[in-house]
Design a protein around this ligand. Structure first.
Ligand SMILES: NC(=O)c1ccc[n+]([C@@H]2O[C@H](COP(=O)([O-])OP(=O)(O)OC[C@H]3O[C@@H](n4cnc5c(N)ncnc54)[C@H](O)[C@@H]3O)[C@@H](O)[C@H]2O)c1
Length: 375
């Protein structure tokens, strides 16, 4: 399938970014939303990406004009999908909303059209089942902000065909993305591993092992993460973190249970930077939540926190979700970590990881048990 025309459904944060990278890579794009106001906002965001491209000399004035000329808009899903090769859906993260849309798109699109979803957590196989073309349904999971983030997870449903996977990879690579393949499963590659790391940070704090600031500083300095986990959570929004953890808890069980501190903060409306406070306060004194440091060794603390994250990466390989190579690529590009989990595993050595995990297992139970790779 040679994709030339793309329809993007939803002109929000993700849809406008996907429309921009598609038009940037010469595809004809039709961007759809429910009303003119939503389309106006989406076009405004898309234009701001174009302007920033021109300012950074990535686009000339005439290229910018051509790019904008390749983007059409409409409020009619039926019209938008009736004559395109690929549809990328980026509406609200709600299974019922997405299922209705997939049924409708299936009825209006030509039989050759591929239907992709940018869902962060919902099942691609389930979406495929509401259509007459489950072989042509695939996940294309972009990361935010779409123009800047290089990673694209290609999510393979139970019935997704090889041709569909290849077509999605080719489009992603033309859009300047590095693609990785993941089996349809809760949280795919990055969000599942990242949720495990975030949970471990909060549990380490709740267990009184280290303060928020000590954990953030240790991970930034020792592991090269660009933002500490609590800083990142405050930036993204604690409600968003709780939403992802709750989905993973429902699908994968107790080892993903959202920690009490996260639930309590969200219930109190303490959602991070957007509400003025989250794990930290964001008044004039940015660090007004000052706690007495526990004085833990940062190297020990970092190892303590990343062990469950490395364990999760090994479990993803065992469950056939992705290869080691793709997990490494995905974690580096999707989170800006300086190395992938299997690079860390190689650096630290399996023996050392096995011994340290055994200690955590005996202290904290089965969520720290040895994955098969270490047995
Ligand atoms: N925000 C992120 O960081 C991120 C990252 C990866 C994936 N995602 C996923 O991408 C999807 C969109 O997220 P977002 O952050 O862009 O949301 P958003 O709220 O910014 O945008 C959603 C848009 O979809 C429109 N919409 C809703 N129903 C529609 C319909 N039936 N037809 C046409 N348009 C419709 C809304 O009006 C809105 O403009 C979700 O599935 C989300 O989980 C989000």
């Amino acid at each position: 399938m040679n994709v030339k025309k793309i329809a993007v459904i939803g002109a929000g944060l993700m849809g406008s970014g996907i429309s921009y990278v598609s038009a940037w890579s010469d595809y004809d794009v039709t961007m759809v939303d429910i009303n003119d106001e939503a389309i106006g906002k989406g076009m405004e965001r898309l234009r701001s990406y174009v302007e920033s491209g021109v300012k950074r000399s990535k686009l000339s004035d005439s290229e910018a004009e051509d790019l904008l000329g390749r983007v059409k808009t409409t409020t009619s899903v039926d019209d938008a999908v009736s004559n395109v090769d690929l549809v990328i859906e980026a509406v609200y993260e709600d299974m019922d909303v997405k299922k209705d849309l997939f049924k409708r798109m299936d009825a209006a699109a030509t039989p050759r059209t591929i239907l992709a979803s940018n869902t962060s957590s919902l099942s691609i196989s389930e979406l495929g089942k509401v259509t007459e073309r489950p072989d042509k349904v695939v996940g294309m999971h972009y990361f935010s902000p779409v123009p800047a983030m290089k990673l694209l997870e290609i999510i393979i449903g139970e019935q997704t065909s090889e041709d569909t996977i290849i077509a999605a990879i080719v489009v992603g690579e033309n859009q300047g993305k590095t693609t990785v393949k993941a089996k349809d499963s809760p949280g795919f590659i990055v969000n599942r591993i990242r949720a495990k790391m975030g949970r471990e940070c909060i549990l380490t704090y709740e267990r009184g092992i280290a303060t928020l600031r000590e954990i953030d500083t240790a991970l930034k300095e020792q592991y090269g993460v660009p933002m500490g986990p609590f800083e990142l959570s405050d930036f993204v929004g604690l409600d968003v973190s709780l939403g992802t953890s709750s989905t993973l808890y429902r699908e994968l069980g107790d080892c993903f249970q959202p920690p009490e501190t996260l639930k309590r903060l969200v219930e109190a409306g303490t959602l991070g930077r957007k509400s003025g406070s989250g794990f930290y306060e964001y008044g004039e004194d940015k660090e007004s939540v000052l706690e007495e440091p526990k004085g833990v060794d940062p190297e020990w603390l970092t190892l303590r926190i990343i062990l469950p994250y490395l364990r999760e990466a090994m479990i993803e390989v065992e469950e056939g979700i992705a290869t080691k190579e793709d997990i490494n690529k995905a974690m580096i590009l999707g989170t800006n970590y300086k190395e992938g989990p299997f690079d860390t595993i190689e650096r630290l050595g399996l023996d050392m990881i096995r011994e340290e995990l055994k200690k955590l297992h005996s202290e904290f139970g089965d969520c720290y048990s040895l994955p098969k790779m270490l047995q």
